[in-house]
Ligand binder design. Structure first.
Ligand code: 3PG
Length: 213
């Protein structure tokens, strides 16, 4: 898969909804009802971070939920890429980007949303063909004003800001011309996941899905 093809796929996924839930799931038993709650609430694109032992099984279970698009987040190594693809992830997300990681995603055909946090990082990815990028860590790296400033010299790059995004500031990002969607974990609070409050999560998803962009 070329970087151009990967970006075209990433664009489709980012266009599905204004918010991509960033999920840290400890228990595989939570996978299916959690994904169903998000699909029902209007947030079908899901990023399951590879930060728990259960993550790959969670991806495999969520991939079977109709209407969802399940990706693997926190991809750091070529091995992560291979395991995510084998588990059924249809896209990948990484906090930053290295040549080894990009090579691996292109080789196995996993569309990647690669992370960038500066003009040079974004330009390096653009040079390789990645026109759709994650802006991480969004709030800490300059927030919406930073992305707004990049939109003038680098209008061809579209971003999914992630890291510190919430209902309180999501509109600031989503109103920018170079933002397609944003990622965030606030739609899956740990207490609601562990207690199985799927209706509560669906309500949070519905609220996020209604954000204008
Ligand atoms: C992460 O890597 O955990 C994501 O950037 C989510 O960040 P958030 O918890 O601030 O939404």
């Amino acid at each position: 898969m070329t970087p151009y093809e990967a970006s075209a796929e990433a664009l489709k996924i980012c266009n599905l909804a204004p918010i991509v839930p960033v999920l840290i799931v400890e228990d595989v038993a939570h996978a299916t009802p959690l994904a169903e709650a998000f699909v029902a609430g209007g947030l079908p694109a899901l990023e399951v971070t590879l930060r728990t032992e259960a993550a790959l099984e969670v991806i495999a279970a969520m991939a079977k939920v109709p209407g969802g698009a399940v990706g693997a987040g926190t991809l750091l190594t070529p091995d992560d890429v291979k395991r995510a693809k084998d588990a059924g992830a249809t896209f990948g997300v990484s906090p930053g980007a290295t040549d080894r990681l990009l090579d691996a995603c292109e080789e196995v055909g996993l569309p990647l949303l690669p992370g960038a946090a500066s003009a040079s990082e974004a330009m390096r990815l653009l040079e390789r063909g990645y026109t759709v990028q994650k802006f991480f860590p969004a709030e800490a790296a300059g927030g919406a004003p930073f992305l707004k400033a990049l939109s003038s010299p680098l209008p061809q790059i579209r971003f999914c800001p992630t890291g510190g995004v919430s209902m309180g500031n999501a509109r600031d990002y989503l109103s920018l011309p170079n933002v397609i969607c944003a990622g965030g974990s606030w739609v899956a609070p740990k207490d609601k996941v562990t207690s199985g409050d799927w209706a509560g999560i669906e309500a949070l998803a519905r609220e996020a899905a209604a954000l204008p962009r």
